[in-house]
Design a protein around this ligand. Structure first.
Ligand SMILES: CC(C)(COP(=O)(O)OP(=O)(O)OC[C@H]1O[C@@H](n2cnc3c(N)ncnc32)[C@H](O)[C@@H]1OP(=O)(O)O)[C@@H](O)C(=O)NCCC(=O)NCCS
Length: 161
């Protein structure tokens, strides 16, 4: 097996509606992402993309300034699967934290689905600490094309910025 090292210059910019079809997300997820882009236009959230030199997004994530009081919530953190565990999620989180600081807020919160706990280790390494739990639910596309409601317990983590 041959292996090669390359240096890739990634940029972070606001996610755009024309990016959505390139991300390979389900129809229900795309509808929810369009809703978050509308909120971004109203200034309630920032929605960022990490892009390759050809300006193609390989990761995206958002920050909601409407909660919790005195801080903001990171959500929808996603790195395209073949590029996970290369450090791109860390770049994305730092960029979102910079946006929070730029709004004069000094606390970031995020949630981890207890059914998929692996990212928690990354968040704790980046300085987040468990602050509580809450119930979460959202729509998901079933393999037969129907939409079902997924319900779970979320572990909340916070970081002072
Ligand atoms: C969670 C997620 C956003 C993190 O993004 P990522 O790019 O994989 O994150 P990073 O690469 O910065 O760090 C994650 C892992 O890579 C390792 N890593 C970081 N930099 C690295 C590098 N330069 N080279 C190799 N590994 C690296 C970290 O140690 C970490 O390892 P761990 O998962 O075993 O603890 C991404 O994995 C993802 O999209 N997962 C699926 C969706 C999801 O679960 N979203 C989060 C919901 S809360």
């Amino acid at each position: 097996m041959a292996s090669y090292d390359i240096v890739l210059r990634l940029t972070v910019r606001d996610l755009r509606v024309e990016d959505l079809p390139t991300l390979g997300e389900s129809p229900t997820k795309v509808v929810s992402m369009e809703g978050e882009l509308a909120r971004a236009r109203r200034g309630e959230v920032d929605y960022l993309a990490v892009c390759t030199p050809s300006d193609r997004p390989v990761a995206y994530g958002a920050v909601d300034y409407t909660k919790p009081a005195g801080g903001a919530t990171l959500y929808q953190l996603t790195v395209l699967e073949p590029l996970q565990s290369c450090g791109i999620g860390t770049i994305l989180i730092h960029a979102l934290e910079d946006r929070i600081r730029a709004r004069g807020l000094r606390m970031a919160e995020l949630g981890v689905d207890d059914a998929s706990p692996r990212p928690q280790r990354l968040y704790e390494r980046l300085g987040y600490a468990v602050s509580g739990t809450e119930l979460g639910s959202w729509d998901v596309d079933a393999p037969d094309g129907s939409v079902t409601r997924y319900e779970t317990t979320i572990t909340l983590l916070r970081k002072a910025l």
